[in-house]
Design a protein around this ligand. Structure first.
Ligand SMILES: Cc1ncc(COP(=O)(O)O)c(C=O)c1O
Length: 460
């Protein structure tokens, strides 16, 4: 597409945008179990209003917009209190989980450069279930990842971590919880390992940081993960997930301000002026910061507790539904409102003996309007459950049971994308899989067009 010579009317633009979104997932509804954290409309309205009020403001320079500085300081203050950070802790807001994790790894690297200059090739211990933003951060920062295997319950194997620890290790990472199965890594043990060897321990609570405190208050069993655990030196937690704020907002908190200093970048000799930047971005959208502040104040503890109660109620209904569906089971012991569904091959061996084909099940569910993530090693269907799912959970369970029965009874075999996905998951040569992923990414522009055209043909 070329830029139009003359401008287009606002009405025509809106019409075109609405056509483009015909093939989208149900971002505002509750049939999507990934990527969005659907909450009450009034909460969304508060976030949108705050975002638009600060649409043009830029947090690049903390002196030009004192309002943003105040919002950010107060958001970080509330977050530190929630995570039981000690006096002297410090943090930053960032644009999302990936940026917070990049900052955590950059900080660890620069801390090691300053305090352990003998380490020339730094390493970090990372459970295999840690979010890919961490290997990406390590890649960008020149830190080698040493992958820690997990135990049968999908939590990081601390004994293996101990054996993999070397005199080049600068950072130990655990997740609270990890995304693929929503189980908690043994943070107490990982942090103790790090502390006993004098290195840093980062807890990736991007997913759970703004949810676990409420689950704990509701009386559920939540293993320790925050600054109450000795040895935890930093925590990342995303506001744009379970804090229900506008996308583009996350936090990273350090036990000490001295540690946070390694995160900062300054350039004192630029002709454009003295330059200091706390995070990766230069221009930082004021809207995302203002929306986070507004939603946290709008909901308060009671509001978040109520939303957590709803999300946990939905989770309970879905957990029961899965365990009562022949051929399906829940993987591991999820700690919060997210679950991974695996196969129960002992109950339903299926044609291959590996249980029913979950990727076919996901396709059948998608045909009924439900979208879930597809995991691998072992195959799984992943659900991120939001408060808005509570009302529709019984219908979801009903459809899940019907689709599982269809896979078993009709012996539907994987075709097209499901077959390809299953095959790639099992291929021993991961280099081929990496190339296939790159090819997929290269082909994305063409693919988006087809999806929209198909959707607009179906709904002219
Ligand atoms: C545990 C965990 N860490 C990090 C991230 C990355 O967050 P973002 O997508 O905001 O970059 C996610 C995203 O789901 C996550 O679940």
């Amino acid at each position: 597409m070329k830029m139009p010579k003359q401008g287009t009317s606002k009405d025509a633009i809106v019409t075109q945008m609405e056509r483009y979104r015909l093939a989208d997932g149900d971002a505002a509804g509750s049939r999507l179990f990934s990527l969005v954290y659907t909450t009450r409309p009034d909460v969304v309205e508060v976030a949108k209003d705050a975002y638009l009020r600060f649409f043009s403001e830029n947090a690049l320079n903390p002196m030009t917009f004192p309002s943003l500085r105040r919002f950010e300081t107060e958001v970080l203050g509330m977050t530190q209190e929630l995570f039981h950070a000690p006096e002297g802790a410090g943090g930053s807001m960032s644009s999302g989980g990936s940026e917070s994790l990049l900052l955590a790894v950059k900080t660890a690297r620069d801390w090691a450069r300053a305090t352990r200059p003998e380490i020339k090739e730094p390493e970090m211990l990372l459970p295999i279930t840690a979010h890919p933003a961490l290997p990406k951060a390590a890649h960008m920062c020149g830190v080698k990842i040493v992958l820690v295997p997990t135990r049968a319950d999908f939590t990081a194997d601390v004994e293996a971590a101990k054996a993999l620890f070397t005199d080049r290790t600068i950072l130990v990472v655990g997740s609270a919880p990890q995304y693929p199965h929503a189980v908690m890594d043994p943070i107490t043990d990982l942090a103790a390992l790090a502390a006993s060897r004098g290195v840093l321990c980062h807890v990736d609570a991007c997913f759970g940081g703004f949810f676990l405190p409420w689950v704990e208050k509701l009386g559920h069993d939540v293993p320790p993960w925050d600054f109450r655990v000795p040895g935890v030196t930093s925590i990342s937690a995303d506001l744009h997930k379970y804090a229900y704020t506008a996308k583009g907002a996350s936090t990273i908190i350090y036990r000490t301000k001295a540690l946070r200093r390694h995160q900062y970048f300054v350039h004192a000799d630029w002709p454009g002026g003295l330059f200091g930047s706390p995070s990766v971005l230069g221009t930082r959208p004021g809207g995302a910061i203002a929306a986070a502040w507004a939603v946290m104040n709008y909901l308060g503890e009671e509001g978040y507790l109520e939303l957590a109660r709803q999300a946990m109620s939905a989770t309970g209904k879905i957990l029961r539904g899965v365990s009562e569906t022949p051929g399906l089971r829940v993987l591991g012991k999820p700690v919060m409102s997210s679950i991974a569904i695996g196969t129960d091959a002992a109950a339903v061996p299926g044609p291959t003996g590996e249980g029913l084909d979950l990727y076919v099940l996901a396709d059948l569910m998608q045909a009924r309007g439900w979208r879930v993530d597809r995991g691998q090693n072992p195959p799984s269907l992943h659900l991120t459950i939001s408060p808005a799912h509570d009302a529709l959970a019984p219908k979801f369970v009903e459809d899940l049971r019907a689709c599982a029965r269809e896979v078993v009874d009709t012996g539907v075999q994987a075709q097209g994308a499901a077959a390809m996905y299953g095959m790639l998951g099992k291929l021993p040569d991961r280099g081929i899989v990496r190339d296939a992923l790159l090819d997929f990414m290269d082909g994305i522009e063409a693919m988006a067009d087809t999806a929209i055209d198909e959707a607009s043909r179906a709904r002219p």
